[in-house]
Design a protein around this ligand. Structure first.
Ligand SMILES: [Zn+2]
Ligand SMILES: [Zn+2]
Length: 353
């Protein structure tokens, strides 16, 4: 090694990102980045900043890289040159949640690509906490670098799925949101349950894709007359109503919509982050008499990342269909713009020269 600088896209503040040489020291768990996907979170931070993010910092938390020196992960050696996916969570390992393995709920959580330098760079240094919790997961040979970069978002969808399953054949499931995460939910529920699955979205090309990924129905979310969409989805779900609704969009109205389409004993999962301070009026008796559960799901754990690698390698979920745009590091602003304009699904940075 001995390399003491690298190229990176450094976030300096809202609308200010520059591709530059930065000092860099190759520590024991260092990865050469092969691919890093652009999350909606990255695009929002780039435009608006975020309370968690103190610039200058390198964004990017959905990444696949090559181990530079042999590293021991929970007693197992991963050899130099091996490809890994990364659980970007840096837990404190001391709080009650960490002690029960719920690292995503750590009370002192830090994250690669948010509070620490992330994957829009030639190299990423992985903190010890990540190797300690098994957060470096070897990538199966059947997965490309860009697919491997999407194992982290898939793991987040598995967290959501684990809070909602099991679903029966008679169940109808409604995914609200036609973005990459919504479509990963479609694939998961179609492959891992026998229930019927509908997606509700705004972009026709994405809804087309949802159908080709197995969605039984796709409904346009009609902002100007939401009652129309509500009736269509109610028809799909039948008299009993939907048994599961996943809110996979940052629109607060989607949560209210979910309450209109679910039935008794149903679950609503708030998968997406909302604009902060969002409150939502709820009829307590409606919850009580209908036995409705409203849950959240945030991020994922290393165990979920391992599970994601397994089901992606077996093509239970096809991650290659989620990657639609590819950019070099120098084109990082274009990649951000593609993401915020909802072009395609995921944009991936895969050229760091
Ligand atoms: Zn993400
Ligand atoms: Zn903790």
């Amino acid at each position: 090694m001995g390399k003491n600088s690298m190229r990176a896209a450094v976030f300096h503040g809202p609308n200010n990102i520059s591709v530059q040489e930065v000092p860099f020291e190759c520590k024991p768990a260092t990865l050469k980045v092969n691919a890093c996907a652009v999350c909606g979170y990255d695009a929002r931070v780039f435009r608006n900043g975020h309370r968690k993010v103190s610039p200058p910092v390198i964004l990017g938390h959905e990444l696949c890289g090559e181990i530079q020196n042999d590293v021991s992960v929970q007693g197992r050696i991963i050899k130099a040159g091996a490809r890994v996916a990364v659980c970007p969570l840096i837990p404190c390992l001391g709080c009650a949640y960490c002690q029960s393995g719920q690292y995503n709920l750590c009370m002192n959580l830090k994250e690669i690509g948010s509070t620490l330098d992330g994957g829009f760079a030639q190299y990423v240094v992985v903190p010890d906490q990540i190797t300690k919790i098994g957060g470096l997961v070897p990538v199966p040979d059947t997965l490309s670098d860009e697919e491997a970069a999407l194992l982290e978002p898939l793991a987040c969808c598995l967290n959501s799925f684990s809070r909602l399953a099991p679903a029966a054949k008679s169940d109808s499931i409604v995914i609200i949101g036609d973005g990459p995460m919504g479509l990963l939910h479609v694939q998961l529920f179609k492959k891992l349950t026998r229930a019927r699955v509908a997606v509700v979205g705004k972009i026709s090309s994405r809804m087309e894709k949802a159908r080709s990924m197995g969605a039984d129905a796709a409904f346009a979310y009609n902002d100007s007359d939401i009652d129309v969409t509500t009736r269509e989805v109610q028809d799909f779900a039948g008299a009993a109503g939907a048994s599961i609704a996943v809110v996979s969009t940052s629109s607060p109205a989607a949560l209210e919509f979910a309450t209109k389409i679910v039935g008794k004993n149903s679950k609503i999962n708030i998968f997406a982050g909302m604009p902060s301070g969002q409150v939502f009026p709820l009829d307590a008796n409606w919850l009580h008499y209908n036995q409705v559960s409203i849950t959240g799901a945030f991020s994922s754990t290393p165990a979920m990342l391992q599970e994601a690698a397994r089901i992606a390698a077996e093509k239970i979920v096809d991650l290659s269909r989620i990657v639609t745009h590819r950019y070099s590091l120098a084109e990082i602003e274009k990649a951000m713009a593609t993401t915020e304009k909802y072009y395609g699904l995921r944009a991936v940075v895969n050229d760091f020269q």
